[in-house]
Design a protein around this ligand. Structure first.
Ligand code: PLP
Length: 406
């Protein structure tokens, strides 16, 4: 047996220091609770950067994983396996008509999307190959995707950037229109900018994007790595882009390609590029692939997550708890001087503070709650969708006390 101090020392010796790790060793989890090696319990309001969408060790997901572990591990994508097909069918049932490519992460899903948009762009004269994205965006950390990411800090030290990527101001449609040229293959945006600080795109802007892409033959990519899989109280973030009075989900602003990660694997490595069938058809053998993409164990869990969310009405639960959380924080007069705004959808919320807090995350942890801070002063909350109302209320109360004491 090692003491926590000894484990921390061992970790520092063997793990690269590219994460700002806290001096805590997490040992086990159940639902929205996790315990460290000293037995301290925390309420998890950030669920593994939003990935643990049904919390820790959900019994149905454990059963799905172990059921598959005993059957078949991996055969490579030259064969069909049923878990892949079943998960893709779940996507079909909840999103626009499309076809899926599976990988392990959001980054890989975005790489595949950008590649596919370029393949499509090859059919035009002149050849379309450029991707426009937004300031304050985050799309991943490969060489291509740091070029697509609208945050100078993510690019710093890795210049020169891969050519063919540029960013414009989020929400400024005029700037976007002027940036588009005959070589623009794709426009890639997050329905709610996550790493940037929980900034939802407006319906009007989304509609303008769709019209522009249709008019100019540009592929519209929605990076739904944060917003996909139920996080926002709808299956996918784009489903919020719906005109008032619209009667069917088909009436929303739909992308040509949607990328998924985080929540769809529930904490296991699953990435998805999901594309309109006519565009997906361009990805023929030899153009793209991923050895472990669509691994049957991960796919069984992904399929089960969709079924649990559906069967337990968790989208509605997420919407209800999200609205309740926003209202509770807004109504707290003791926080009026500290908070600029609270924004987001479903269980994906950002609380913007008036000034940069010191050690907010550490103080919240000391009080027993896991939260995240992004863009220096925006507290992000992304708990499991199945968090109970009681735990959510308690976690928020602890967080609000922590903010008050800053
Ligand atoms: N896209 C968005 C919107 C993200 O927020 C992230 C990660 O946070 C990524 C892509 C990259 O995903 P991954 O870390 O799974 O590669």
């Amino acid at each position: 047996m090692f003491t926590t101090q000894q484990i921390l020392e061992r970790g520092k010796n063997v793990l690269i220091g590219n994460y700002g790790r806290l001096p805590i060793v997490m040992a086990r989890g159940e639902g929205s609770s996790v315990w460290d090696t000293d037995g301290r319990k925390y309420i998890d309001l950030f669920a593994g950067f939003g990935a643990a969408i049904l919390g820790h060790c959900h019994p149905s997901l454990v059963a799905a994983a172990t059921g598959q572990i005993d059957k078949l591990w991996h055969v490579g994508n030259t064969f069909y396996t049923e878990p892949q097909i079943e998960f893709a069918e779940r996507l079909n049932a909840s999103a626009f008509p499309g076809k899926a490519f599976f990988c392990h992460s959001g980054l890989e899903a975005n790489e595949a999307a950008v590649k596919l948009a370029r393949l499509r762009g090859q059919q035009s004269t002149p050849r379309k190959w450029k991707t426009i994205s937004l300031n304050r965006s985050f799309h991943g950390r490969s060489m291509a995707l740091i070029a697509a990411t609208g945050n100078p800090a993510t690019k710093a030290g890795f210049e020169p950037m891969v050519p063919g990527f540029l960013q414009v101001e989020a929400g400024d449609f005029g700037a976007l229109e002027s940036a588009v040229d005959a070589e623009t293959a794709a426009i890639m945006v997050e329905p709610i900018q996550g790493e940037g600080g929980i900034y939802p795109l407006t319906l009007e802007y989304a509609q303008q994007l769709r019209q522009l892409c249709d008019a100019r033959g540009i592929t519209l990519i929605f990076d739904e790595v944060w917003t996909g899989g139920g996080r926002t109280g709808k299956w996918f973030g784009y489903q919020h882009f719906v005109s008032p009075g619209a009667t069917s989900t088909g009436d929303c602003v739909t992308p040509d390609i949607m990328t998924l990660g985080k929540a769809v694997g529930g904490g296991l490595p699953v990435g998805v590029m999901y594309a309109r069938p006519d565009i997906a058809a361009l990805l023929v053998p030899g153009k793209h692939g991923c050895t472990l993409g669509g691994n049957p164990i991960c796919m069984s869990v992904a399929r089960e997550i969709f079924d649990v969310i559906q069967a337990q009405g968790l989208l509605e639960h997420a919407r209800k708890l999200g609205e309740m959380g926003m209202a509770t924080i807004k109504a707290n007069r003791r926080l009026t001087d500290r908070i600029v705004e609270i924004r987001g959808k479903g269980l994906f919320l950002g609380i913007e503070l008036k000034s940069d807090p010191t050690e907010l995350v550490e103080k919240a942890l000391a009080n027993g709650v896991i939260v995240n801070l992004t863009a220096k002063r925006i507290i992000r909350l992304a708990p499991a969708l199945n968090i109970s109302e009681e735990t959510w209320k308690h976690g928020l109360a602890v967080l609000m006390n922590t903010i008050e004491q800053l």
